[in-house]
Each structure stands twice: as C-alpha cells, then as structure tokens.
Design a binder for this molecule. Sequence first.
Ligand code: DGJ
Length: 549
Amino acid sequence: MSTKAAVPATAAAGTRSLPHMQRTGDITQLIVDGKPFLILGGELGNSTASSADALSRVWPRLRRLHLNTVLAPIYWELIEPEEGAFDFTLVDRLIDDARQHEMRLVLLWFGAWKNSMSSYAPGWVKRDFKRFPRALKSDGSAVEILSPFSAETLAADGAAFAALMRHLRDYDSQRQTVLMVQVENEIGMIPEPRDHSPAAQAAFTSAVPKELMDHLTERGDALPPELRQRWQASRGKTAGTWAEVFGTTPQGEEVFTAWYFAKFVNDLARHSKAEYRLPLFVNAVLNRPGRAPGRYPAGGPLPHLIDVWQAGAPLIDMISPDIYFFNFSEMTDRYRRANNPLFVPEAMRTARAPANAMYAIAQQGAIGFSPFGIEAIEDPETNLLGQTYSALAHLAPLILEHQPMGDLIGLSPKVAYDGSVDDAAQTVSMGRYTLTVHFAGGKRPAADPAELTSGDPAMRGRDLPPAGGMIIRTGSDEYTIVGIGLTVTHAASDSGMQAGLLDVQEWVVREGRWQPHRWLNGDQTNQGREVFLSNERIGMLRVRLYQYR
Ligand code: DGJ
C-alpha cells in the first residue's frame, strides 16, 4: 500500500513535494520538506479541538512535552452545519495555532463514523434517516450507525471530506503544517457483525467480488491464520456468495463488513486525493481475544482483516492500530508489514508509553507514536514521556538516518495481554557483539482483569514497570542507548574474543539541550562490566566497545 504513495505528490501551488511515504529497503519513512520525519505525537481528547480558546491553554504544555505533531479531530457536524455551507474557521485556527507553536498536525476526519457510531454526522444527516439510512440489526431495528451501503451517505461524507481536503490545499499547501489525514475513526459494526438493511442484504447474497478473491488467493498461506480459517469454512472456494465462501458465522460475516467499509473508505480517499494528495490512514480499535465479532466493533481494519482492507482500500497508505492493550510489542508485530508501515495514532499514556514509543520506532520502524488524551499530562518536565520525546527529538536525525540500515534495536521486556511481565534478560545481536539486556522492575503477575477493560483506557497500566528503550548502532564498535531501567552487558560474537567497555559518555539536558555531561566508569559501570540506565528517568549514553583476548 505504501508503495502506491511512494511517488512524491507535488503541491498545487508550487514545486515543493507534499508529505509522502518513501520506502527504502524494509523501511518506509514519512517524508516532510524533502526529509524523513519522525512523528513525536499526541492525540487530543475528542472534544478539546472544538474550541480554539480551550485549546489555546493546552498548546504551551504540548510544546513543553516536546511533541512535534498534534493529532486533532475535524468534526463533520461543525464544518458543515448546513448542507453545502462549509465553515473552516476552527480548522484555520487550529493550523494557525499549530504553526505559532512550531508544531505539525495530523487531522482525524470524524465523518460518517467515529468509534462505530455516527454521532459526528451533522444534524441534517442525523434527522434525515430516509435519505441517510441507518444500519439495521437482524430483527430489523436500526442502530445509530450510518449504513455503508448508502450511495447518499457516501456522496455526503465524500463531499464534506473532499471540501476539507480542498480547503487544506488552499490554506496549507505552502506551509504544509498538516502532514497526514486519518479517514474516519475506529470504524466497526456493533452489536451484530453486519448490516441487515435491504441494500446490505442484496450485497450479502451476491457474489464475493473477484478483486477480493484474487487478492486472498495471491496471498495464500501468508494470510493471517484467523482469516485463512474463515475461508476454510468453504474449503477455500474462490467464487460464490459471501455465505458460500466465508460461511454464516459472525466471523464469516465480518469479512463482508470489512470489505464494504474498506470500499467506502477507498471512495472517500479517491475524492479527497483528487483535491489534495496527503497520505491517508485508517485506525483500528483492537478486538479482545475470545469475543465474537459484533461483541467487538466488527469489520474494522483489524489484524486479521488487514488483507481485506488492503484489497478494498488500495488508496489508503497505512492501516494503524490504536494500542490500548498491554501486549504492545505483539500488536505492533501484526501491523508492521512490508506494505504497511507502522504508525500508532493512539496508545496508553501511562508507565509503558516511553518504552513503547522507543520500541515501535526502533524495532518496528514506526513513522511515529502518539498516546491518547495528551493534553491531560500536567507535568511535562517530570513526565517520562516528555523526557523521552525530548531525547528522541535530539536523536531524530540519527534515528532517521539509521532506521533504513537496520541499525536500531528496540528494547522491551515481554508484556502479555493480561499485563504480566516477563523480565527475563534478552540477548540482541549487534554486529560483532552480542548484548544482554536486563530490565528493571522484576517479573509481574497478571493485572487484575478489571484493569484490562474498565476505566479510561489511556490510563491503564499505571503500575507496570517503565523499563525499555532503544539502541542506535552508530559504528562497528559504538552505539547510543536511550531508555530507562536497563542494564546491558557485552560479549564478542567471535568465540575467541572478549568484549570490554572502551568508554561511556553520559548525556544530559543542560540549558534546554542534550549535551555530553560526564564520563561514566568505576561504580557507574560496575568497574567496566556493564552499562546502566536508572529506573527513575530517561537516560542517554554513548558507548564505545573494544575486543581483546
Ligand atoms: C479510541 C477512540 O478512537 C478515541 O477517539 C477515544 O474515544 C478513545 N478511544 C477513548 O479512550
């Protein structure tokens, strides 16, 4: 998918290229102003951007958190309160304020769907349920979700989204404060896995489109196991109705839902890219293991449905997970694919946010990270995420230079879905050295199950150990390490040799910037045996190694 956007788009008003994705080897980077860009982001709470004045109190704090990008919603109901009469005052103010605070924006189109529901549709859409039909349950009753099978809904949402993009082109193509746009938000069908409206019924009893069958056939064994299993309901039929190919279980029906949501989104993308060619992405609310589709929002761009979405929405540049689960590393593994760069637009902002940010960027080649409800962080200077972003902002040129070369290593203990932490030391290979990484915080049992599902999702996991970080290999015998709660020992990969620390330089923030501070040795390196980052704050060390026999 990302390869489709690899051709630099040209701004209408000049020759400067627009933000776009560029693939180098295994890594896809976001290119802004002709250079790779790392999103050190945060997503605003849903209602914060509805008042520029409310937001004006927040900007200085976001700066002090060292964010370079804010993810902010654009509300359909506020930009088009009357059909065809657009008001972009709020959008312009958002862009102006971001510029004034030297920040970029990723805009989130809260259009036909936001967290499954259609609560951001303007009143003239909500009230006219004949023209804009709702999805129906199997008993014929309506839910407050616009049916994706309505041509009128597609036309109205598409016109508004295209108007927004046209406006961005006119207002922002010179300065390019807006980097990317998210299409809708956490799409998914509840409380049943599919729409039963008459148009949906007609589609469900028709043949599965050949485009989808061809894509799935081509991917074959590379398809996620859950999707392969659903297809096996028909022993892998390559033609037939949805029920014939995928069965009539909630799992089979979910494939149908995913396809038609993806098609709708692709149509929106087509309209919008004709106006202004910014990278577009969709975000997924992850499904809890053991729950059936419909009990979770079905048919969104979920890990097991990425192929269906990619086939249905080839104009979407990226499929991104909102990760409110503790098993962050595992979830990033499912979304980082050769044709899908990782971007985490929403995540918990608690103890593991720093380690997760560094892991995603280093280990999974992410283009950025963005915890949710960012304006709620009140103590930017002492907050570990603020310290992390400060360090990553300093290291960004080095990170982006080394990301495509495979020189980055993400460090995180294994954290399972249930919140249990396996703090076992991990070995990582770095050229002619093998590093053993120990994580502070100890082994943790599973969290109270209530903690997995209740309360503010962005605030879960407050008591988890923060340990983690990243290594940037800068030469055959040297690296920079940034992180928290880590101890690293070194061995030579060649069995005839031994490894030692040549020197270790600590960097700290002085006068607002990261600078070399002191040389660590003696007790601070356990007499040359190890490199150590405290569990109290984000640290940064430049390490040089040597070998002897
Ligand atoms: C995920 C949604 O995408 C956000 O807009 C917000 O509703 C959060 N959940 C709340 O935790």
